[in-house]
Structures are given as structure tokens and as C-alpha cells.
Write a protein that binds this ligand. Structure first.
Ligand SMILES: Nc1ncnc2c1ncn2[C@@H]1O[C@H](COP(=O)(O)OP(=O)(O)OP(=O)(O)O)[C@@H](O)[C@H]1O
Ligand SMILES: [Mg+2]
Length: 553
């Protein structure tokens, strides 16, 4: 009555084609055909290859595709479908083909059977039963009408509509009496009470509910569009693939805020653009969670903070932890459109001749690879460069007017992060005004996340000083702690204008450690602070700093 997969495989290929062609063709027309196409491509020299007469996949109609694909491939392709809808399409295609006698798997209503057949590779059908032989040779009869998979859809609907399944076995006395009588009769007394049966059925429900929630959360964190999960090596750049990992593990910090999956890259060899890890970097967990969220959802981010708050290092260190390559452009020097976008240059071609050619600048090079593009000191970007960025910040293809209007497509893992001392609306403090240019509202509007980065806590900063400078004496440590605390207070109150950053703290602590054994703490402090801080400060700041020193030492 029916034909098994094995029997189908044994038919002469013409016969097999007669059965499989209409099914395969119908399948290619449906929207769930990726598995099939991939399987077909693996085996067909006539599609997308250099063979004579080979055709481009996007040029051939589904009906021709069936002709150029080998019968075995069609079978494998059909069996490789895993999507429920695709299975339905296979069934429809078989039944629409109206074969006589009907061939497997034309049981229209029993999706479960065909799916099992595909997984188990062998199936026999007799009336309303089917026998499945698995790869180990084990067999068993099942009744199709009781197939658990066949009832899948209705079961799922009930669970979703009625999530309080814990009470599902709370039957009224009347109900259980009726059900128990029926069970008793039809199981010949083997089951007299239905309650334990129901209980055993539902007892795993809470665990399953937790699992469903976890999977839902994972799904919510996944990128919404399908993007490539690996990159082949280009010779200079190693090949790499994505590994989704929990942010807590990646950064070695336990916090519910970081309990989500993030994209990390695993490269076959050291990637020249992935920065080196600096394990002493201290992340603010709340900001880190927001930043990682932004990276995962491809949001443009603007990190703002005073000089030395660690903005550039932040971007660099997240790349170092996640394996994301970093492309950094500093706008503190005047970067022109030509440097940013590229220009026509005279170059030597392979034959040694001089030719004029457009050479991609920083932007198109960065855009076409998975990376974080760091626009450092973004509030100093010039007008013409800012204009180029408009389309890029919208993650749209960028038209290179200088290269005959060539379109540059952004890589799906291309991310944009800007750092600056201001939010791009000029500098109200006057501390950075020489470099800062007011950025247009249109450009600032294209950044989705603004993160204010602050100096680390004083204790953290001193601990970091000690880690980087282990010979630092206890006296020096105590001086640095008091000095930094008072200085930051003074800066916050506006008593002193010159900010003090970890760059200063580390330099001063290092100098004190060097000079203290030679001239004592007091003179070493005076000398080191003058050398690094007071000498460049204006008169009023210098007076405040000297006042602080007098109070401490
Ligand atoms: N949270 C931190 N943990 C460890 N080191 C830090 C931290 N914040 C700043 N630093 C150190 O301070 C120095 C300055 O950091 P960085 O250059 O990243 O600051 P920035 O905010 O980009 O400054 P600017 O605005 O001047 O560009 C670096 O040596 C960095 O390692
Ligand atoms: Mg910086």
C-alpha cells in the first residue's frame, strides 16, 4: 500500500524522479525551503559552479531546479526538512500529485508519522497503525491516532491559554468517579484512580515552565535578523565564529543585570584588531549592562565623560573581553573626508604598472567587517565628515560618490560607538572648548544610547595604582587617597578647573615611589605633584593644589 524510504531509494532513478519531482518543485516554491536548497546545492554541479552549462541559483525556476538535481539529493533534501510548515508542504505536495497507488508520505492528516519517518528512516503503515524501525533496528507498533506528536498543536494551545496547569488534576468528586469507572473498566482494573496518573503527568510542569521561560529569554536576546555566524580567514585576518555566552562569565562578575547572552568571537589565531586584555580595568556594572545591551541590539552609543574617566579604554576592553575587533579613529586631529572615506591614488598594479585607483579609507574598510568602530573624540568631528556619517549611523549602505557611486554594505556585526568629553552641543565648562565643535542635532539624534562615564571610586583608583605599582609605600597610599578625595571634591565644587584622571594619579604615585626613598615622602610628594599637575595648571588652580598639599603632608 505504501512505500518506505528504503524502497523508494531502490527504485530506478527515473521512477524515483517521477515521484519526487513534483514534490521537490512544490517545496521549492514554499518559503521554508532553505534546507532543501542547501542540500540540493551540495550535490549539484549544475548550480552555482564552474561546470559547463551551470546556472546561477537566482536565475533558475523551481521546476528547472528539480531537473538539474540528482534524485538522491532530492530525497536527502526532502528528508532534511525540519520545519513543521515544510513538512505540511511535503504532505500537500504528495497528495496534490495524486499518485496511484499513493506513495509515502501521503497520509494527509498525520504529520507525526511523516516526521518520525524522516527521523527514523523507515516506516510501515497498516490501517491505523504504523511500525517504525530506528537506526539500531528496534521496532515497535504505534497507533497513529494516539501519536503524541500528532496532538502537539492542540496541546500547546491549551498550555498557553491555560497556564495554571497545576490545578488541572483537581477534579470534582463527581468527575473523578465517572473517570475512575471508565478507567477501571477499560484497563481491566489496572487503573482504578485517575488522580495519581494526572499528578505524574503534571508534576514536571513547574520545571518545564522554568525551562520555557529561560528559552524565551534566550530567544529575546538573540538578534532578530539572521546574520552570518562565522567569518572565513582572509589570509591576514584569521577565520572566526560567534559563541553566545553569558555576560557574567565573559566579564567575571556576578550580577543579575549581566545575566544575559552576548555575542563573543572565537578566532582561529590572534586577530590583529582585537585589543589586548587589561584585567585591571574596572567596569561599572550598571553602565556595562547598558553598553552590552546596546552592542547586542546594534544601537549607536555615545560615551561621555571628563578626560581620563576611561571611555576609550572602556570600548577597547569590552572588545578585548568579547573578541570583537576594534577600529579606532581619533578625531582630535583634523580628520578630513578624504582620509575618512578614501581617495583616488596612483598605485602599482600586479604587472608593476602605475595605475590610478580608488583606495578605501577608514570608514569603508571598517564597515565591511565585524567590528566596533570607535569614533574617539566624536565632538571634534568636522562638518563634512559628520555629513558622511549620517547614512552610516542609520546602518544603511553607504554610497561612495568618489568611487562612481559604489555602494558599501555594512557588515551585520558592524557597531558604532563614539566617545567624547561633551554630548556634542558645545562645551559649557570651557575645559575642552578648543577642540569641541557643536555637532548637528540630526547627527546626535542618530545615537540611541548616551552613557555618562564617571571617574572610578577613589578606593578603586588607589587599589589600581597599587596593583600597577606594587612598591608603593603605605604612606604614599594614604597620601594619594586623601589627596584624590579632596581634589575630586574641589573639582566637583568648581574650586579647581583642571581635572585629575587616573593618568595623573598613576604618574604621581609612580614618581613618589621612585623619589620617596631618596628624599622622603614630603619632598617626593611636592616634586611629583608639581611635575605632573601644578606646573600646567593656571595660577588659581595651582594655589588650590598647593593648599591641598599643605593640608595633607
Ligand atoms: N575604570 C577604570 N579602570 C581601570 N583603569 C582606568 C579606568 N578608568 C580609567 N582608567 C585608566 O585611565 C587612563 C585614561 O583612560 P582613557 O584614555 O580611556 O580615558 P578617556 O575617558 O578616553 O580620556 P579622554 O577623554 O582624555 O580621551 C587609562 O590609563 C585607563 O587605563
Ligand atoms: Mg579617550
Amino acid at each position: 500500500m505504501k512505500i518506505s524510504i528504503e524502497e523508494l531509494a531502490k527504485l530506478p532513478s527515473k521512477e524515483r524522479d517521477k515521484i519526487l519531482n513534483p514534490v521537490f518543485t512544490a517545496l521549492l516554491r514554499c518559503e521554508f525551503d532553505n534546507d532543501v536548497i542547501e542540500a540540493a546545492l551540495r550535490d549539484s554541479p549544475l548550480i552555482n559552479t564552474d561546470a559547463q552549462g551551470a546556472k546561477k541559483l537566482n536565475r533558475i525556476a523551481p521546476s528547472s531546479m528539480a531537473k538539474v538535481t540528482h534524485a538522491n539529493t532530492k530525497m536527502i533534501a526532502i528528508l532534511s526538512c525540519h520545519h513543521e510548515q515544510t513538512f505540511q508542504n511535503i504532505l500537500n505536495a504528495f497528495s496534490n500529485a495524486a499518485f496511484d497507488p499513493p506513495y509515502w508520505p501521503c497520509e494527509k492528516d498525520d504529520l507525526a508519522v511523516s516526521r518520525w519517518a524522516a527521523d527514523q528512516r523507515f516506516i510501515e503503515i497498516e490501517d491505523d497503525k504504523c511500525r517504525i524501525t530506528d537506526s539500531s533496528g528496534a521496532t515497535g507498533w504505534i497507533e497513529m491516532s494516539k501519536s503524541p506528536i500528532g496532538n502537539n498543536t492542540s496541546r500547546n494551545t491549551t498550555t498557553q491559554e491555560n497556564p495554571d496547569m497545576n490545578n488541572a488534576f483537581a477534579l470534582s468528586t463527581e468527575q473523578s468517579e465517572i473517570i475512575n469507572t471508565i478507567f477501571d473498566k477499560y484497563t481491566n482494573g489496572a487503573i482504578k484512580d485517575v488522580t495519581p496518573v494526572l499528578q505524574s503527568h503534571f508534576k514536571h510542569l513547574p520545571e518545564l515552565q522554568i525551562e520555557v521561560d529561560t528559552l524565551r529569554q534566550k530567544l529575546a536576546n538573540l538578534p532578530k535578523i539572521q546574520v552570518p555566524q562565522s567569518r572565513p580567514s582572509s589570509g591576514v585576518i584569521p577565520s572566526g565564529k560567534i559563541a553566545m555566552r553569558n555576560a557574567q562569565d565573559v566579564f567575571g562578575v556576578r550580577s543579575p543585570l549581566l545575566d544575559f547572552e552576548i555575542t563573543t568571537w572565537e578566532w582561529d589565531a590572534p586577530h590583529p584588531h582585537v585589543p589586548e586584555r587589561f584585567d585591571n580595568y574596572r567596569f561599572d556594572v550598571q553602565k556595562l549592562a547598558q553598553y552590552l545591551y546596546g552592542l547586542e541590539h546594534n544601537l549607536n552609543q555615545w560615551l561621555v565623560g571628563h578626560t581620563g574617566t576611561g571611555k576609550s579604554t572602556w570600548v577597547e576592553q569590552v572588545c578585548a573581553h568579547t573578541g570583537y575587533p576594534l577600529q579606532r579613529m581619533n578625531f582630535d586631529a583634523d580628520i578630513t573626508r578624504m582620509e575618512f572615506v578614501g581617495s583616488t591614488q596612483v598605485v602599482i598594479d600586479e604587472s608593476g604598472k602605475q595605475v590610478t585607483k580608488f583606495v578605501d579609507g577608514f570608514l569603508p574598510r571598517a564597515m565591511q567587517a565585524p567590528c566596533v568602530m570607535l569614533l574617539d573624540e566624536a565632538d571634534a568631528i568636522q562638518g563634512d565628515v559628520a555629513y558622511v556619517l549620517q547614512a552610516v549611523l542609520e546602518h544603511k549602505p553607504f554610497r561612495l560618490l568618489e568611487d562612481s557611486g559604489r555602494l558599501v554594505d555594512p557588515d551585520p556585526h558592524f557597531r558604532i560607538v563614539a566617545t567624547a568629553n561633551t554630548v556634542g552641543q558645545g562645551d559649557p565648562t570651557g575645559l575642552y572648548s578648543t577642540a569641541v565643535k557643536s555637532q548637528s542635532t540630526a547627527q546626535r539624534n542618530r545615537y540611541n544610547v548616551f552613557l555618562e562615564i564617571d571617574y572610578m571610586q577613589v578606593d578603586d583608583e588607589i587599589a589600581l595604582c597599587k596593583e600597577l605599582n606594587p612598591m608603593m609605600s603605605n604612606e604614599c597610599e594614604s597620601f594619594m587617597t586623601q589627596f584624590l578625595r579632596l581634589y575630586r571634591e574641589g573639582f566637583a565644587n568648581g574650586d579647581v578647573m583642571e581635572p585629575i584622571s587616573p593618568r595623573n594619579t598613576q604618574t604621581i604615585a609612580q614618581a613618589i615611589t621612585f623619589f620617596e626613598p631618596k628624599i622622603g615622602l614630603r619632598d617626593a610628594v611636592a616634586m611629583s605633584v608639581k611635575m605632573n599637575l601644578t606646573s600646567r595648571a593656571n595660577e588659581s588652580d595651582a594655589a588650590v593644589i598647593n593648599g591641598l598639599l599643605d593640608r595633607i603632608v
